[in-house]
Write a protein that binds this ligand. Sequence first.
Ligand code: URA
Length: 422
Amino acid sequence: MDAISVIRAKRDGLALTPEQIDWVIDAYVRGEVADEQMSALAMAIFLNGMDRAEIARWTAAMIASGERMDFSKLPLPTTDKHSTGGVGDKITLPLAPLVAACGAAVPQLSGRGLGHSGGTLDKLESIPGWRASLSNDEMLDVLGSAGAVVCAAGEGLAPADRKLYALRDVTGTVESIPLIASSIMSKKIAEGTGALVLDVKVGSGAFMKTFADARELAETMVGLGTDHGVRTVALLTDMSTPLGLTAGNALEVRESVEVLAGGGPADVVELTLALAREMLDAAGLPDADPAAALADGSAMDRWRRMIAAQGGDPDAPSPTARETHTVVASRSGVLTGLDAYAVGVAAWRLGAGRARKEDPVQAAAGVELHAKPGDRVTAGAPLLTLHTDTPERFEPALAALAGDEAIRIAPSDAAEGLPGSG
Ligand code: URA
């Protein structure tokens, strides 16, 4: 077997054989297939796709490239959630302790933000002392004591994906359904969860911009999970505008704590509860009542335990940015659009995200929303507050918000009858 024949086969639109797939993944991890060869193959897959049998084999080969975790000795059912990523998507933060408070164990391996979309680990690292890297034993200890653990995937888990994802990121081959589905599902299956709920985002701030693509991605991932014995369900949810009223690390932690305290924005509470119900149902706990666990403080109690068990101080004051800048409404009317991608890019440029994997992020940087689509706004009233420690970042962030599509305000009479304009 050699890399050139595998690349040629996919370049010419053929389906790869199981032997070709097993060999190329294994040889890539061993260094026998070079990065430039894998880049060419990833581009051929991006352009010509893979059928379901190829995706299944590719995923299995990536799982087999590393270790698999095993939670079968835990006395509780395990259940996890994965979001395909977006702007202001802080749902994991209230969700993991909430589901733990309802009687399931949540072993959640999360990622960092890249580009315009935020990452759960960056958000939690804005809590002083909190550690993302845990050994497998530490992960089990936190899971045992708090019922939920959110941490980085260890080096040994799906190493083929770790290498391939970094390569795709710099070769324009991220937005491919076979490659995204196999990347996410290889990690989730290797993680060893018994049940998995996928939150597949659709809209300007998501990888999948259309409903049809999001649906195909969801069906592919559900098929992969089910074939590997993981009870997997998917929800398609909107990412055309940011979730909640914040995009940025410490800002989103603050909002998540508000949700755990029984408050928080309605869209965040609604999605958190919907995903919690799905996770509990998939874990065999359909009668659990997540709304009650939010209301009676038990979810907040799990959050405090989970943060403290990973070295964080749940009572530490939230970091605040050195500088802020307010964006005001240009006219009176109804806010008909606040584009998720534009807000995500603004938050990223303010310092909440990174351009390269090794860049540091600012804990307090980000964007705070004072209105959501459907709200009435008055000329001159605050619409957004931009937060950063480095004021030279305001200009590029404002440029991201300047396009016609970023902030749309319709005169009240023109907006009458539009969804959400009441
Ligand atoms: N998240 C992943 O883990 N992999 C992808 O390919 C895209 C999003």
